[in-house]
Design a protein around this ligand. Structure first.
Ligand SMILES: N[C@@H](CCC(=O)N[C@@H](CS)C(=O)NCC(=O)O)C(=O)O
Length: 212
């Protein structure tokens, strides 16, 4: 199996952590969306990561589609997303807020990485920052109400914990939201607990801004 994309991407990382937790071996193509775009495009016409090449040679795009395939192969007992009902809906909502916050963070970073200074639009960056912060605050509130020593959904770690942690760590690294950390205390506690586990430590990579 080949996983394409750097672990400083929260989308690539949530796939890598999931594969580690499921005990799946994979080769890692540590390619940057900046300098390795053409190589990535040979596998994915959109030039995006993560892209996964399965043992059968299928190419899978989009982290959610890759996670869906990994869960299907893991079987119902080991799948990381709850199978149905309120737990599944809650996990999907938390994951949508976390990936949405990460996307809004990326848009702020791409404004700097890919646009010349005179083409940047501060109101757009501010809008993204607000959306990102509101989403993180909602996850933090939920985590606090649930109790930061618990998993986010049910009684074991699920994809919600993995995705929320990968998004939070990425945003802390890339945008220094740690300055606001007091706003996200419960979320930070949960993320620190996850980050101490081997599957997270083995896939930790400091953020490197892409250059266009
Ligand atoms: N919705 C996608 C988002 C993936 C994504 O935005 N990946 C970034 C890296 S963090 C990327 O490939 N950026 C290059 C581009 O979109 O041009 C997913 O979940 O896989």
């Amino acid at each position: 199996m080949l996983l394409i994309g750097m672990f400083d991407s929260p989308f690539v990382r949530r796939v890598a952590v999931t594969m580690r937790l499921l005990g799946l071996e994979f080769e890692h193509a540590n390619w940057s969306v900046g300098k390795d775009l053409e190589r990535i495009r040979e596998y994915n016409p959109l030039g995006r990561v993560p892209t996964l090449v399965t043992p059968a040679g299928e190419r899978l795009f989009e982290s959610s589609a890759i996670l869906d395939w990994l869960d299907e192969n893991a079987g119902p007992e080991r799948a990381l997303l709850p199978p149905s009902g309120p737990d599944r809906r809650q996990a999907l909502n938390l994951m949508a807020m976390a990936t949405g916050a990460a996307e809004k963070g990326l848009m702020q970073l791409y404004e700097r990485a890919f646009r010349p200074e005179d083409k940047r639009h501060p109101p757009w960056v501010e809008r993204c920052r607000l959306q990102m912060s509101a989403s993180l605050a909602a996850i933090d509130r939920y985590t606090g109400e649930r109790g930061a020593s618990q998993w986010l959904v049910g009684r074991r770690m699920t994809q919600a914990d993995i995705t929320v942690t990968c998004a939070f760590t990425f945003l802390n690294d890339a945008l220094r939201i740690a300055e606001d950390r007091v706003m996200y205390e419960s979320l930070a506690t949960l993320a620190a607990r996850c980050e101490s586990l081997p599957a997270f430590q083995e896939t930790r990579e400091a953020f490197a801004a892409p250059s266009g």
